[in-house]
Ligand binder design. Structure first.
Ligand SMILES: *Cc1c(COP(=O)(O)O)cnc(C)c1O
Length: 411
């Protein structure tokens, strides 16, 4: 089986000159994934990187959990059957995201298995986690629906071929224009507030179609996660208060021509283990909304070491990647594992480093206090679990270009 690495998407190259009128953003609204995918952007570049089957460490893992990134006994990091170092030598020299297509498939299959026996259940992939067009098409092909939080995500999902009746439009600030598209296309819409309900009714009238709605209930649970990603507690901006539930039920009933109540929605509910019994006993249709658990572990950000320095008290590994390409450590204090892609020379001293980028911010770090062999200039360094909320949050701060994305396809 020959593994191949394909270009998933490509940032536009820098314009020849930067003298664009200031009102015109030289980086289009969708620099990576234009809603109208041009042939050029999605052209597959087969890198025809040879598989090294005899050295594939993944083959020795148990079949129940197979992870795409493995350090083989030769000290090199592999993505499936492909040496990451080899990929680095084939592609242009700048930070890039590297995905495993087979890992995406395995992750979806794990969910599909878990939902076996629950008919009409939907795996609604949360597109905000990663909106790469090819990845979306792949997830759609595997049977996923989509969870959307903006009109552009809705349009992208439709272009990727998602079945609108497997799509859910979510959010606390949905605007009328986007709700009209949702109504026209027949996607499920969550009701988040009084004004949201008003807008959904208006959208239904304009579109001339009844909208299937779910009430987004605030379960008021403390998920014990970083406050920025806690969405289901009392202080959250999302969802409907329990005391107001009856009001919303009555309000939906009062608009029989515009709204049809088809369910309830909550994010970060606590009783995950009891869901199966609940769904079966009441003959419900279950929609789950995984984002990061489908995509985070399928990818790493591949960087090059620019140099190593010390300020007297701290050691730094400076890489070409930064908070512009991957902001989760800076934004959420997220821990993402870091390692080198190639074996360190035997004389390399192991030290504790902060791994930082070149961006002019003290918050520009990818990892703090990481024990690593002192890397030589140019060494490949990966930041793991970079499939979710990394590329989709990448910016062009400091005029860094958004990184290209590649995937290993194994076929
Ligand atoms: C972001 C989001 C998700 C996905 O969250 P993950 O932590 O990535 O799994 C699911 N549902 C809704 C409504 C969301 O906003």
């Amino acid at each position: 089986m020959a593994a191949a690495t394909h270009l998933l998407s490509h940032s536009p190259s820098l314009p020849k000159t930067l003298n664009h009128p200031l009102t015109q953003n030289p980086f289009s609204k969708f620099p990576i994934l234009p809603l109208k995918p041009s042939q050029n952007v999605f052209k597959r570049h087969s890198l025809s990187i040879k598989a090294v089957l005899s050295q594939n460490p993944a083959k020795t893992l148990t079949p129940t959990f197979q992870h795409c990134f493995t350090k083989s006994p030769d000290g090199f990091l592999y993505c499936e059957d492909t040496k990451v170092q080899d990929i680095m030598e084939k592609v242009e020299k700048r930070p890039f995201y590297l995905y495993s297509k087979p890992q995406i498939t395995r992750n979806v299959e794990a969910y599909t298995e878990a939902l076996e026996g629950l008919k009409n259940s939907i795996i609604g992939y949360a597109i905000k986690a990663n909106n790469n067009f090819k990845i979306l098409q792949h997830l759609k092909k595997l049977g996923c629906g989509a969870v959307l939080v903006s009109g552009n995500e809705l349009e992208l999902a439709l272009r990727a071929g998602f079945d609108p009746t497997k799509c859910i439009f979510n959010g606390n600030g949905k605007i009328l224009e986007d709700l009209i598209i949702a109504a026209q296309e027949g996607v499920f819409v969550n009701v988040d507030s009084e004004f949201d309900l008003e807008n959904i009714v208006a959208a239904a009238r304009i579109a001339g179609r009844k909208v299937n709605v779910l009430l987004r209930i605030n379960p008021d649970v403390d998920p014990q996660v970083h406050p920025y990603v806690a969405t289901g507690n009392k202080n959250s901006k999302f969802g409907i208060r329990n005391e107001k539930l009856q009001w919303f039920l009555d309000a939906v009933k009062a608009h029989p021509n515009e709204l049809k109540l088809v369910g309830a929605h909550c994010h970060l509910g606590s009783t995950i283990t009891k869901v199966r019994e609940l769904v079966l006993s009441r003959n419900l249709n279950l929609i789950i909304e995984p984002g990061r658990s489908l995509i985070a572990n399928t990818c790493c950000l591949v960087n090059h070491v620019t140099g190593v320095k010390t300020n007297g008290t701290k050691n730094f590994v400076v890489i070409d990647g930064s908070m512009a390409e991957l902001i989760r450590p800076s934004l959420y204090d997220a821990y993402q594992h870091i390692e080198l892609v190639s074996p360190a020379p035997p004389d390399a001293e192991v030290s504790t480093f902060d791994v930082v980028g070149p961006v002019c911010e003290s918050a520009d770090f990818l990892g703090k206090e990481r024990k690593l062999p002192t890397p030589a200039k140019g060494t490949g360094l990966v930041v793991h679990d970079a499939g979710a909320y990394c590329m989709s949050m990448a910016s062009t701060y400091n005029l860094k270009m958004r990184p290209p994305e590649y995937w290993v396809t194994n076929c």
